[in-house]
Design a protein around this ligand. Structure first.
Ligand code: ATP
Ligand code: TZE
Ligand code: MG
Length: 269
């Protein structure tokens, strides 16, 4: 993809203000809604089995996040996911903590069977566990994984038949044949809970306006990483609390032209 497409895709989100339907976890709900608003998208959190099919079909994207899963929420995700699939709405799935418990791993794998997921986004350990590779994970934070992230993303995309985003120090996007690396961001993102979850929803907003899902994901990652770098600068270093607030400010203020200039992208295959 061309660098100017990063700028265009951010402009499209801000012009179109896509409705992003989130079924997400109780830890990150408020932060996710505020992050999507700061971007310029239109968030809604809706969970009831009575309404999720109707909400998903009018949304620009559906984001499913199993961070605080239980039977009720997993059922609602299946109902919403099938409705999104029936109406051509892209589905982005965050398999939070896959591998930490058998219930999480099974739920993530069943989601991939029941719902046609457009983009799967997780840390390396989560993605490895979804495809049955051994990745170590403790709780919801990624542990060390031996797997090379590029190879992992490519393999997972081929196996699952969707676009896969593996995040970490570098973020990898692959559809199984085309693979990109985005190297923006800061390690301070790992000291604020829900930055991965918000990123997944931001990817949803870009998927709502850009049909090429690899380009949508790469654009979202570059924008988010550049905003995080600016937030680190403005908030003055190792200050997670100030950084969390400043990330919202920068998600709002960062311009497409600046993202284009500051993005560190490479097509790796
Ligand atoms: N070491 C790092 N250096 C720079 N950026 C990083 C680093 N680790 C993670 N990130 C960035 O942090 C964001 C979240 O990715 P991460 O892989 O930590 O997600 P996660 O484990 O799902 O997070 P969470 O569960 O807290 O929501 C991404 O934008 C990613 O690029
Ligand atoms: C801390 C935590 N526990 C379940 S979900 C979540 C938010 C980060 O994924
Ligand atoms: Mg996560």
């Amino acid at each position: 993809m061309e660098l100017h497409e990063l700028e265009q895709n951010l402009m499209k989100v801000r012009e179109q203000k896509p409705l992003v339907h989130n079924i997400t976890n109780v830890v990150v709900t408020n932060f996710t809604a505020n992050g999507l608003l700061a971007l310029g998208a239109s968030p809604v959190m809706a969970y009831a089995k009575e309404e999720v099919a109707d909400m998903a079909k009018i949304a620009g994207a559906l984001v499913l996040n199993m961070g605080t899963l239980d039977e009720t929420v997993v059922h609602a995700m299946h109902v919403a996911g099938r409705s999104a699939n029936a109406h051509g709405v892209p589905v982005v799935f965050d398999p939070v903590g896959a591998g930490a418990t058998p219930y999480r791993t099974d739920t993530a794998r069943k989601m991939m069977d029941e719902v046609k997921v457009s983009i799967l986004r997780g840390n390396a350990a989560e993605i490895a566990n979804v495809i049955g590779e051994s990745g170590t994970i403790k709780g919801v934070d990624g542990g060390d994984t031996a797997a090379d992230a590029v190879e992992l993303a490519r393999q997972a995309a081929r196996k699952l038949g969707c676009v896969v985003v593996v995040t970490g120090a570098d973020d990898i996007v692959s559809d199984g044949s085309v693979t990109w690396k985005v190297s923006n961001g800061t390690a301070l993102l790992t000291k604020v809970t829900g930055t991965g979850c918000l990123l997944t929803s931001v990817i949803g907003a870009f998927a709502a306006v850009e049909k090429d899902l690899v380009k949508a994901a790469v654009s979202a990652l570059a924008y988010y990483g550049v905003a995080a770098e600016e937030a680190l600068k403005v908030s003055g270093g190792d200050r997670p609390g100030t950084f969390q607030t400043e990330l919202l400010n920068q998600l709002h203020q960062v311009e497409g032209a600046f993202v284009k200039k500051a993005a560190i992208l490479a097509q790796v295959e």
